[in-house]
Each structure stands twice: as C-alpha cells, then as structure tokens.
Unconditional design. Structure first.
Length: 399
C-alpha cells in the first residue's frame, strides 16, 4: 500500500488517540470517582498518551514494528490495530467537527452580556515571589501566569428583575486550592483586590482548601473578605481532602461564610430579594432532595442564583428556573494552547464549559477559571476573580 496513506492515517489516528484518552480523563474527573481510582486513571491516561507506539506494539502482537504498522494493505494489520485505528480515526474526525462547531455556538456574545471589561494584576513571577513553595519545575516554565490575576467584570441583563436589584454586584471567587504551592501572600493580595471592588455579595464556588497545613489560611486569608450583604459558598471535590468537612464548614461559618449547599438563603434588597441556593453534586449531598424547586415565596421579579462547583449542574439549574448559575472546577483548562484552546477540563461536556459565560433561553451560567489550582501552572489562562453587576431591563423601573 502507498506509504503516503499511512503517513496520513497515523497522525490522524494519533490525534484521535489523544482525544479519546483525554475525553475519558475529563469525564472520569467529572464524577464522584474514589481517590484511588482517580490516581490510577491519572497514571493510565498519562501512560497511554505518552506511549502510543508501545500501546500499538502491544495491540499488534508483533515485535517487528515495520511489519506491524506498515503492511501492504489494511487487511494485513493485526486485529488489535484493525479495531483501534478506525476508532481513533472516527474520534479524530468527531473531535475536529465538534471543535469547529462549538467555536461558533459557545463563544457567542450572549445577549445577557451588556458589557465586559477586565483588569489585570501581576503579583510577581513564580520564581521571584517570596515564600513560594511551588516545585522548581513550575517556576522554570516561561510564561507561567499563576500569580497574574484578572478581574473579569461583566454587566448582565437578566430581564424582568425588580428595579431595586439594579446595580447590585456579586464578586465570584472559585478554586482557591489552598495547598501551600501558591503562597499565602498572593491570596491576601487577591482578597485585598476583591475588597476594593466593594461588591454587595461575595460567593465562593468550591475547592477552597486542599491541605490541612493551610488550615490557618481560613483566618489569615478568607476572614479578610468583606461584603455588606454576605459571603456565601459551596464546597468542591478537592475540599474532600480535608478529612472532616463538617469541621471545615464550621470554620467557614465562624468567619461569617454562609453555606448554601442544598438550601435556600434569601437576601432582601429593597422591595425585592435575591435567593441563593447551592448544589455540591456529584461530590456532596443530594440537592434534588433539598432544593426541588424555586422557593415558594419567590416573586417573578426576584433573582434566583445557583452556586455549584461543577458546571455540569447547569442543566439541573435550568430545569428549576435559576436565572444565574455560578460555577468553577474546570479552571479554564489551566493550559490553553494557541488556536486549540483548553484540553483538560473535568466535565461531562469536556472543554465546552471550561470557562466563560454561557446563555440558553435567557438563563446564564458563568464558569470561573478560578484563583489558583492544584498544580501551580497556568499558560494563556490567568487566574480569575469575577465581578457581576446587574444592569439592563427591570420591572417597574422608575421613570
Ligand atoms: Fe478546582
């Protein structure tokens, strides 16, 4: 068979092979996977990604890679390759098609977004920040943005809200991942910037603390947060690393943070209200048992907001009628390749909801890139603090 055909087939198969294993990884990490299985999956996916030739040799059952991979016809391929290569080819074509299609539908300018702007803060390079304990490998990576925080300011038009909600602002923090690899000074500076925004409400959508050694940071970092109408939170999958999450909730409660997991909290604002609820699925609780519908006393012109760690809960939120959903977890992918964008995004939807603003039938979800991460590496994907301001069309607006 013509060598040129193989030269075309194998790169495409390689693309499909990588897409297949990364897709598997993303879906696996969107579920409540036991820690041991998660670690094993990291290893398996890593090995599979880096060892395609080895994998193919195993599949081929032959020692001579030339006769295994370069036969005269497809029919002469060993049975393992005869099955695996077409799967990879199909996956490559589907991946490219989905990527091209989603580029058009997901990166739209949602009608709900009236205006947006951003403000960048560079708190120093990883190698120069004092007290940093990031592994030296990460310090050496050029362009690592782990200490460059971007405030994403969005003015939202959620039509039909009571005019008393006009101008109300919500600061959205997510994925602080206190684990000591990113230094405490950075988080304190971020919190100072959040306080400077003077948001009415602050929300934190999970993955707050990864390591017991950073327990004191709840006091020295998070307790500095200020918001006149309250600070609300849900936990994320990494918070399970703190063995006793009840103790974590108690500590957060002691500094004035209010948990909204599986319950409603109502914030009266003038003659209107904001109703906040939380969903910590699939890692904690059973939101569908506790929060079955919007609150009975909610008026049509009130705002109902869901805090959730995983953006995968948006379909649940839309069914219940939440106008606004705030999520984190996917970190924007942390590494965004030129043209391709993010690759790793632990969601049932893969990279679809890696970060950004999404709208369907007037219901909006904002997925934060998060303030930090388990690993101190970010390329083309700076940490994010969100600032949402309610603007646009209001019910009974005064003339
Ligand atoms: Fe996270």
């Amino acid at each position: 068979m013509n060598t040129g055909i193989w030269i075309a087939v194998y790169p495409l198969a390689l693309l499909g092979h990588m897409a297949l294993w990364i897709a598997l990884f993303n879906r696996l990490h969107a579920t409540n996977t036991p820690v041991l299985l998660r670690k094993v999956s990291y290893l398996l996916v890593g090995l599979a990604l880096m060892n395609l030739p080895l994998l193919l040799v195993v599949f081929s059952g032959k020692n001579d890679w030339r006769t295994a991979f370069w036969p005269e016809s497809f029919g002469q391929l060993p049975i393992g390759l005869l099955i695996y290569i077409p799967i990879c080819l199909v996956f490559a074509v589907v991946t490219v098609a989905v990527w091209l299609f989603r580029k058009r539908i997901d990166h739209q300018n949602p009608r709900a977004l009236l205006s947006s702007s951003s403000e960048d803060f560079d708190f120093g390079s990883v190698s120069r920040v004092k007290n940093d304990s990031a592994p030296s490998l990460f310090k050496r990576i050029p362009g690592n943005q782990i200490y460059r925080c971007r405030i994403e300011k969005r003015e939202l038009n959620l039509p039909g809200l009571h005019h008393d909600l006009q101008g109300i602002s919500i600061a959205h923090l997510s994925d602080t991942h206190f684990n000591g690899r990113v230094c405490r000074d950075y988080f304190q500076k971020v919190i100072d910037q959040v306080n400077r925004l003077s948001a009415d409400i602050v929300v934190l959508t999970g993955d707050i603390i990864d390591a017991e050694e950073c327990w004191e940071w709840i006091q020295s970092v998070l307790a500095r947060l200020r918001a006149p109408r309250g600070i609300y939170y849900v936990l994320g999958n990494h918070d399970r690393k703190i063995k006793d999450t009840d103790r974590l909730r108690e500590a957060l409660g002691a500094i004035g943070f209010q948990c909204v997991a599986d319950r409603w909290r109502t914030i009266p604002i003038g003659e209107s209200r904001i109703h906040l609820a939380g969903n910590e699925l699939p890692w904690f609780g059973k939101a569908i048992d506790q929060v079955r519908s919007l609150p009975d006393n909610a008026n049509d012109d009130d705002l109902c907001v869901l805090l959730t760690h995983s953006p995968d809960q948006w379909s649940w939120a839309r069914r219940l009628g939440f106008q606004l959903t705030l999520a984190g977890h996917t970190h924007g992918g942390q590494i965004r390749l030129p043209v391709v964008g993010p690759i790793i995004s632990p969601s049932r939807h893969g990279v679809k909801y890696a970060s950004g603003i999404f709208e369907r039938d007037g219901q909006v979800m904002i997925v934060s890139r998060g303030i930090s991460g388990e690993e101190p590496i970010r390329l083309n994907c700076p940490p994010e603090v969100g600032l949402i301001t309610l603007g646009g069309l209001f019910e009974n607006a005064p003339q």
